[in-house]
Design a protein around this ligand. Sequence first.
Ligand SMILES: NC(=O)c1ccc[n+]([C@@H]2O[C@H](COP(=O)([O-])OP(=O)(O)OC[C@H]3O[C@@H](n4cnc5c(N)ncnc54)[C@H](OP(=O)(O)O)[C@@H]3O)[C@@H](O)[C@H]2O)c1
Length: 497
Amino acid sequence: MENSEITQFFCEGLPTKPLENIGKILVTGATGYIGGRLVPELIHRGYKVRVMVRADADSVRLRWPEAEVVVADARNLESLLSALEGIDVAYYLIHSLSLGHKKFESVDLEVAINFRTVAENKNVKRIIYLSGLGNKNSKLSPHLDNRIKVAEKLSQGEIPVTVLRAGMIIGSGSASYEILQNLVKNTPIFFIPYWAKTKSQPISVRDVLKYLIGMLESPESAGKSYDIGGTEIITYDEMLRVLSKIQKKKRIFLPALITNTTLYGYIASLLTPVPGPITKVLIAGCKNEVLCENDDARKLLDFEPLSYRAALLKAMKIEELDNVSTRWSDAYSFDHALVKKLPQLVPPPKFTSSYCLLTFKPASLLFNSFSNIGGKMGWFNSNWMWRLRGMVDRLFLGVGSSRGRRSQKNLRVDDVIDFWRVENIVIGKLLLLRAEMKLPGEAWLEFSIHNYEGLNKLLVNAYFQPRGISGHLYWYFFLPFHVFIFRDLIEHIEKRC
Ligand SMILES: NC(=O)c1ccc[n+]([C@@H]2O[C@H](COP(=O)([O-])OP(=O)(O)OC[C@H]3O[C@@H](n4cnc5c(N)ncnc54)[C@H](OP(=O)(O)O)[C@@H]3O)[C@@H](O)[C@H]2O)c1
């Protein structure tokens, strides 16, 4: 199942050639939206790559067997020492946006200083950082301001830093694309605030990758800053209109009296799969023009970037082919990589409820059936209950059940499935999901297949480790619903295969 993903490469048409005699390249933020796409491109161009992740995971080695994997948290100087040992060039793609606006600003600055200090100590030759566009002489939103401050912190040392400044990134799985797409899908009438007329210069994710690699292969870019954007300057209002046309949706656009970006961020989080802490931060940035202030990048790397419309069409095509390689949800919720996994819980979770059935159907079909769960397929039955639970979660700024899936046909460890995250997969045998909704405890849902006297036993286990009295009350309150939901679910899994 995991191997059916087809990796696409976008850097083949670059005017630059892969560098010879270059040492190891470190990719930080490799589990994120951009990092996860950059790693295969670098490997494909023959580079020796080390990926930096915050938690040791076989899934990362499985995903990029050619890469070296190092475990380090940029908040911990000690761990950075081994991550940066013997590195020539480091891509800096660390971002803590999902911590929410109150926390990410200070954390991102702290982490950038740590990184620069250790990189200097380890004689790293270059750093390449993907930052944000925005005129630093204007009053920028905290997020845009922070992207620029991170660039400053990284550049304050001896190592030449190439800063690439990008605005909104449009690509399959990008937060901005999914916000736009779901707003158009779910909103018949748009109330357009004044700031939606602000100009922006979105760029396609494939062009971002080209610039990230093209700059590496252009040594003269070391120590310089480049603004990168698509070929079109467009307002947010126009973006929605263009997308409505492409999707053949008749939408009404009216001027808005209420213009508070926090409120719009909250509403966007209810109408799209992207949770509030991200939508709020991104929409707050809509008041700032994010335009390329020079065309140095285009002069250096002579290729034609995509327009907004072309980027949308490419993203839609990839979604249609169900071949989305990374998604904003890969790095959200924050710290998910660091949480305790089910086998690490000692003693095991306090509560378990199990449901099983015996069937003649082959294990491979049963496995495919439960691996298809969630996303566009829903939860086979009682969907309204899952949705209701997700909506309650969303109201409290949780991840909700509308995050969907990166791909309906293939699944890898750490993928999101609605409000769950895949913790373990054993092909043909087991799927273990960890809950990421707001809960008074930790919860897991495990589907497994066992041989039983010549038949297959399909088993669903719900595990719960309560936190305090509210956790206990929560478990007992939902127990009667479990009986109904899981019995039904298991029967549908069997019927569908
Ligand atoms: N995506 C966009 O639309 C966009 C637009 C313009 C600019 N950019 C810039 O591009 C860069 C990458 O963005 P992205 O969208 O790929 O981000 P992302 O998906 O949110 O990924 C962030 C990455 O940072 C890692 N990280 C966070 N804290 C860390 C720490 N303390 N130590 C080590 N790693 C840590 C995360 O690891 P875990 O998985 O362990 O959390 C994750 O891999 C950012 O600088 C962003 O400003 C992005």
